[in-house]
Design a protein around this ligand. Structure first.
Ligand code: GUN
Length: 285
């Protein structure tokens, strides 16, 4: 069997067309243009590349964006001041501070400084709390994008066994929570899990988010399973996932490629969150 490929680029393009229409509609009917502020500290090439992608995607759907590229030695208080200014700026509905940050800046302090109702990354403790208590809030972009991809297959999630490999606060834990809300039976595996393959082989839905290139082999996958590869690893200048694509393709029922899988959907969810935030200000909620 050869897996059906879950094409993130195609899905993202369709979703962005819908977002673009809604942005246009909000502008025409309410005179509001969704605004996104992106703050990037330092020279990390991968972060610069991600931020360029976000800037381009925002422009493509008509979202106003401001990108500040700041020096690596920026003191934390200067970054906090900038966040305060965007918190108070009515043109800005979403604030994103690109991670990782240089050592002199505490990511926790920075995330906590962002107004929860502008925290389009969904990283603020208030939004994290909303996610785990079943309330309304911003859902982190990568997990939200993964769920959209799973939904696009039309395969049921309820009652299925979802195995998530990785327990980060940005991907593993929130995606497990979203799958639980969809009534999957969820197992979270991590670097200390003994006999990882014994778990992954039981997965109807396998989400690989460990950040370890080629971790998931063909033998570790149940025939027909849906495999979502969240890995973004640079190996010899090439981008590779956590899943051995060529092997797993022969076993799985569905498979996301890297690049062109989860990545484009992550940026799309950032656009979606920014639009949603702008709509909420219009509706006064
Ligand atoms: N760095 C890598 N992924 C992300 C993300 O989703 N949001 C932010 N702010 N930084 C990141």
């Amino acid at each position: 069997m050869s897996a059906r490929i879950l094409d993130g680029k195609q899905l993202a393009a369709a979703a962005r067309r819908r977002i673009r229409e809604e942005v246009e509609d909000l502008k025409n009917t309410r005179g509001v243009v969704p605004g996104l502020a992106v703050l990037l500290v330092g020279d990390d090439p991968a972060s610069h590349s991600y931020v360029r992608g976000k800037e381009r995607a925002a422009a493509e759907v008509g979202i106003y964006s401001v990108v500040e590229r700041l020096p690596a030695d920026l003191p934390q208080r200067d970054l906090l001041e900038k966040i305060e200014a965007y918190n108070a700026d009515p043109r800005i509905h979403g604030i994103l501070v690109q991670l990782p940050l240089p050592d002199q800046i505490s990511p926790e302090a920075v995330i906590a400084a962002i107004r929860p109702d502008k925290d389009v990354d969904g990283f603020h403790p208030w939004n994290v709390g909303q996610l785990y208590s079943g309330g309304e809030g911003f859902v982190p972009c990568t997990p939200a994008g993964i769920l959209e991809m799973i939904r696009s297959t039309g395969e049921p999630v309820a009652g299925r066994h979802a195995v998530v490999v990785g327990r980060s606060g940005i991907v593993g834990r929130p995606v497990a929570q979203l799958l639980l809300q969809e009534n999957a039976t969820v197992t979270i595996c991590h670097s200390r899990t003994r006999d990882l393959a014994a778990f992954t082989r039981q997965a109807d839905i396998l989400v690989a988010a460990a950040g370890r290139p080629g971790l998931i082999t063909g033998e570790m996958v149940k025939p027909g399973a849906m495999v979502i590869d969240v890995g973004v690893n640079r190996v010899d200048g090439r981008l590779v996932g956590d899943v051995r694509f060529d092997e797993v393709r022969e076993v799985a029922g569905w498979l996301t490629p890297v690049p062109g899988g989860v990545g484009p959907m992550t940026i799309t969810m950032l656009l979606y969150n920014t639009l949603w935030s702008a709509k909420r200000t219009v509706n006064g909620t």
